[in-house]
Design a protein around this ligand. Sequence first.
Ligand SMILES: [Zn+2]
Length: 403
Amino acid sequence: METFIRKALRLKAHTVVKVEEDEAAGALIVHLDRLGHRRLRCGVCGLEATRLAPTRRPPRRWRDLAMREHLVELVYAPYRVWCQRCGLRVEHVPWAGQWQRVTHALARAVAELARVLDWTSVAVHFRLNWKTVAAVVEGAVLWGLDHRRWHPLHLLGIDEVSRRKGQQYLTIVYDLARGRVVWVGRDRTTATMDRFFAWLGPRRARSIHTVCCDMWAVYIDAVRTHLPAATLVFDRFHLSQYLSRAVDEVRRQAWRRMAGPEKGEFKRTRFLWLTNPENLRRAERTRLSALLRLNSPIVKAYLLKEDLRRFWEYRSTAWAAGHLRQWLWRASHSRLEPFTKLARMLRSHRAGVLAWTRIRMPNGALEGMNNEAKVISHRAFGYRTPWTDIANIYHCCAGLPLP
Ligand SMILES: [Zn+2]
């Protein structure tokens, strides 16, 4: 048993003194000590220490991978060593990182499982404290960010996810060509974007030719300032969101004014107006076509929404531009306030909307990535800080290497 553990931990300057079983805790306690007079290393710089201090640190414990149903715990009292560079330091232990409470092997297993499960489940699985899991993942992310290979960015996506029911946001920058998260930052303000571009640096920014984002003024301004040569595109995903929101607003306003039988007619129809008709079931489609015969602002809004959907099918920019011009005219004369507002917004960002027909983004690339980030950030509610959220998104979506 001792030999097996010594080999598994790849000990050179240390050895296993004895292994005892703690029956109450269902754990194996592995006692380690220095092997003979082997040289020890400095815990800060890794240099071989010239001599040892007379006193040792009190025993520390590290959790290791479990053996069958037994938890494994290492116990060792580290030496204090004299390092030529750093002075008096605690020795380097080869089985764990400097401040880690778990061994490298367990940390690796935790980090791998945390890519697919939320942290609470990971903690339960390894019988660890949630905070230990958080510390392991954060350590893995910091290491991964330091060691990731840089690929030139061409197609950038910028989007936000909300933390805790709105109000608080994270800005996520994606490499849309590779489908990876590049950067995550707190809030969605000008300061956030400045931090991103400061981090990116002008040299790495030079390869970016297209940026896809929401019509959020802060993002637009930041892109125009820092990447004047890049094409700005507003993608279909965000435009569809705006359209759906406008339809829903018209529906709610109209619903409030309705009374009696009319109200019954439009009861529970929200999803009919917001779902794409090809995704409706037959009975639902029948109901929708009956409703469409009625003269209601909701119907008008719905038809406007469906009409703009045709815009995405054009191959020629000129035709698409013509369609958009007509649509904007109809929307601004619709006497539906949410649509006049939307038309005003689209008109002021017309170039970015039309850029779509020339660039043909991988359809739904930004949407897919954003949904993934949303799921990950919403999967664990309660105990999070912005930094744990950011670490989690990096860990699951950035494709970082593991230590
Ligand atoms: Zn040192």
